[in-house]
Design a binder for this molecule. Structure first.
Ligand code: FMN
Length: 348
């Protein structure tokens, strides 16, 4: 586990880590360290983002529990939630001690709870405060401080307010990486889930940002489900961030290193991946507070598209089987997949 690093090697790490051509989105309750470990076995190069963590939770809570991660997870970005520049700076400083490669500020979450705390998407109405937050964070750490935001709020559909938001931050802060979820956040009347589906996607707005601010690193997010779509978007922007599809169908990431990072390493094979997950799960189960259920839930989508995917999911979500906390269940579920594939003559 990555624990605080007193000699702070973050700068060195950042000198040779990859571009953000591809990244896995921050997703509360989903992109925890167990999911991220699995994603890292599948892609060596894509950036991984933590779930959003409230700055005050880091300052007042158990920072090891919130921030420690497997060293293999790098490049990894921590996403912070908050709107108090001093608190965000303090949390960023604590996080930098864990050798994160980037700190990201959430300006895209529309949930009522987050709005009550006056952060997330509603910060898009307060660009001066966002600038203060980013500057305070950047003063506290030497790693890049970045932002993730929407293309607008509520029923505002014009491009210019978005360009003004980005342009102001470009002028007033050192932030050079903008991750743009290409749909508005509707702050009233829609659940967070609906806010990821109902406001229309406007990829053209994100492309236009890159055209008008060529010196900024513009990362497009929202609704991307195939590698063909990724290739299309990369003609217009610097990077693509994938959320739900990378969670529900993690093997989507299997070709990313070769296709988008020019890696010559062969893509991970299913059996090698399963073996690594069994070893990892076994190690984790030896630590207090970890349960098989917590880890296995992230593995459910791994066999997506294969014969036997249903048996895999069924076994790894069976409460009675999971209760034994035996990582051998993963091997048994994998056996069911291979048996099923053999009987269907499908090569995996
Ligand atoms: C379960 C879930 C939790 C999410 N939590 C966060 C979060 O903590 N921070 C954030 O910026 N976005 C969060 N998002 C939004 C995603 O980062 C992403 O912007 C959104 O899902 C659109 O990308 P996609 O269409 O590729 O999924 C979450 C999305 C989901 C599905």
């Amino acid at each position: 586990m990555k624990t605080p690093n007193k000699s702070n090697k973050n700068k060195e790490v950042n000198d040779f880590i990859n571009k953000r051509t591809l990244s896995v989105a921050p997703m509360l309750d989903w992109t925890d360290r167990h999911y991220r470990y699995m994603a890292r076995v599948i892609t060596r190069n894509a950036w991984l983002y933590t779930e959003m963590i409230n700055a005050n939770a880091i300052i007042h809570g158990n920072s090891d529990k919130l921030l420690a991660y497997h060293p293999q997870e790098q490049p990894i970005a921590l996403q912070l939630g908050g709107s108090d520049p001093a608190a965000l700076a303090q949390a960023a400083k604590i996080a930098a001690g864990y050798a994160y490669n980037e700190i990201n500020l959430n300006c895209g979450c529309p949930s009522p709870r987050v709005q009550q705390g006056a952060f997330g998407a509603c910060l898009m109405r307060e660009v001066a405060l966002v600038a203060q937050c980013l500057n305070a964070m950047q003063e506290a750490v030497s790693i890049p401080v970045t932002i993730k935001h929407r293309i607008g709020l509520d029923k505002e559909t014009a491009y210019q307010p978005l360009a003004d938001f980005v342009g102001t931050l470009r002028e007033q802060t050192a932030c050079r990486v903008f991750i743009v979820h290409a749909r508005n956040a509707w702050l009233e009347g829609l659940s967070p889930k609906d806010n990821r589906d109902i406001p229309p996607l406007r990829y053209d707005y994100v492309y236009r940002l890159k055209q008008e601010f060529p010196d900024l690193e513009i990362i497009l997010n929202g609704g991307v489900t195939t590698n063909e779509q990724i290739s299309q978007h990369l003609q217009y922007v610097d990077g693509v961030m994938v959320g739900r599809e990378a969670y529900h169908n993690p093997m989507l990431m299997r070709s990313w290193d070769a296709e988008f990072y020019g890696s010559r390493q062969p893509a991970v094979e299913y059996d090698a991946l399963v073996e690594q997950l069994i070893n990892y799960t076994q190690q984790q189960l030896a630590e207090p507070d970890n349960s098989l259920r917590h880890m296995a839930r992230h593995y459910l989508g791994l066999m997506h598209g294969l014969q036997g995917a249903r048996q895999w999911r069924r076994m790894l979500s069976d409460a009675t089987l999971l209760k034994n906390n035996d990582a051998g269940l993963i091997a048994t579920a994998w056996q069911a997949v291979t048996n099923s594939s053999i009987s269907q003559s499908v090569s995996i």
